[in-house]
Ligand binder design. Structure first.
Ligand SMILES: Nc1ncnc2c1ncn2[C@@H]1O[C@H](COP(=O)(O)OP(=O)(O)OP(=O)(O)O)[C@@H](O)[C@H]1O
Ligand SMILES: [Mg+2]
Length: 350
């Protein structure tokens, strides 16, 4: 990202910025707008915020609309991304034109967000880990998006039939497409998980000082055919009104010293493991993805001691991703990394 502009985005009235290509340290007092700056970049990529879902909250009080724009370098070309938020909805622009599709925009600006809820990746259920794995696969496997969409559609339809109490035939009518799309997306996703895994293990071992790994679960017993499992599990699915087996249930079960990290990791270890997942994802994207990723990191040193904090910052800096770190206290960062300081005060650059 070579340029970033935000207007009437929360407290950011009119911010016009040329970030450093490598590392940026966003600083200022509480409420200065640091997280909002990270949010602006995330919004450009995803069209939604990482804080809550109501777009209305993003528009500065008393204003009608918020606007964000940014430029990313893609090879020799500069692509312009834009987002206007008003009346609770968002409209994206690409190179000045409306109507670009969200996956195309997302591909131009792959954003990894390490915010205050980062630890959910470790101590919550599988959903966020699965989303991360899907997201990486989306960026490095061109066929994934189509298979994933087909799969989601089949899953939606099958679940709707289950909830409506449809007959066996009507429900089973979805199974063929469900399984075809499921196996297609699963093959791609599993291959990506296998490329991520050694990277995660290496980074996590270095950051935590302990052996770390994960087990990949595809969401159904792999030795059995998915179609057979669906058939055999139909009654149970009916009772739950939900398809209980399939790639929608995949998980990465994180392990620290071979125990379930979710149950044993300390807060700091959770943070380091979650960061390792994100760093591994960034590494895969850097080597295989079409465009350079951006890491958005909010207060990475909170809850870490000095040694672990320093190692984590080193690991961030070693990545080829563009880095935006938000922090109130900049002293530790300044001694451990080189970064352009972006100072905010009451929503404006100073
Ligand atoms: N819709 C809005 N309109 C105006 N101001 C808003 C709006 N939403 C949030 N704010 C304010 O924007 C300011 C910046 O918030 P932000 O979360 O970016 O601060 P921050 O610099 O990350 O602070 P902290 O260090 O506490 O995390 C806050 O004072 C917040 O109350
Ligand atoms: Mg903040």
């Amino acid at each position: 990202m070579t340029e970033l502009r935000a207007r009437n985005l929360r407290a950011l009235g009119d911010m016009d910025l040329s970030p450093d290509g490598q590392a940026n340290l966003v600083t200022g007092h509480n409420g200065a707008g640091k997280t909002t700056l990270l949010e602006a970049i995330y919004l450009l990529s995803r069209g939604r915020s990482f804080r809550g879902s109501d777009l209305r909250q993003l528009v500065a009080h008393g204003k009608q609309a918020a606007a964000i724009s940014g430029t990313v370098a893609v090879g020799q070309a500069a692509r312009r991304l834009g987002l206007t938020i008003s009346g609770g909805s968002a409209r994206a622009r690409l190179d000045g034109a409306d109507g670009a599709r969200r996956p195309e925009i997302a591909r131009l600006l792959p954003v990894l967000n390490l915010d205050a809820r980062l630890m959910d990746l470790v101590d919550r259920g599988p959903e966020r880990r699965r989303l991360l794995l899907n997201w990486v696969t989306f960026h490095v496997e061109p066929g994934f998006n189509a298979a994933w969409r087909r799969f989601r559609r089949a899953l939606r339809q099958r679940n709707a039939s289950l909830r409506q109490g449809a007959g066996t035939k009507a429900i089973a009518a979805w199974d063929g497409e469900f399984c075809r799309a499921a196996l297609e997306m699963e093959a791609l996703r599993k291959a990506v998980a296998e490329r991520l895994r050694p990277r995660f293990a290496k980074i996590a071992a270095r950051l935590t000082g302990m052996p770390a790994d994960w087990d990949y679960h595809p969401g159904w017993p792999r030795e059995d055919s998915l179609e057979e499992i669906l058939r055999a599990g139909l009654d149970g699915d009916r009772k739950q009104g939900n398809t209980r087996f399939g790639p929608q249930r995949a998980d990465l079960v994180l392990r620290l010293e071979s125990r379930r990290a979710r149950y044993i990791a300390s807060r700091g270890q959770q943070k380091l493991l979650a960061s390792s997942l994100m760093l591994a994802a960034a590494e895969v994207l850097e080597t295989e993805g079409a465009n350079r990723p951006v890491l958005l990191v909010d207060e990475p040193l909170v809850e870490l001691d000095a040694d672990h904090g320093r190692e984590l910052l080193k690991a961030f800096v070693e990545r080829g991703a563009q880095l935006f770190i938000a922090a109130v206290e900049t002293a530790p960062y300044r001694s451990w990394m080189e970064a352009r300081e972006i100072r905010l005060k009451e929503g404006a650059l100073v």
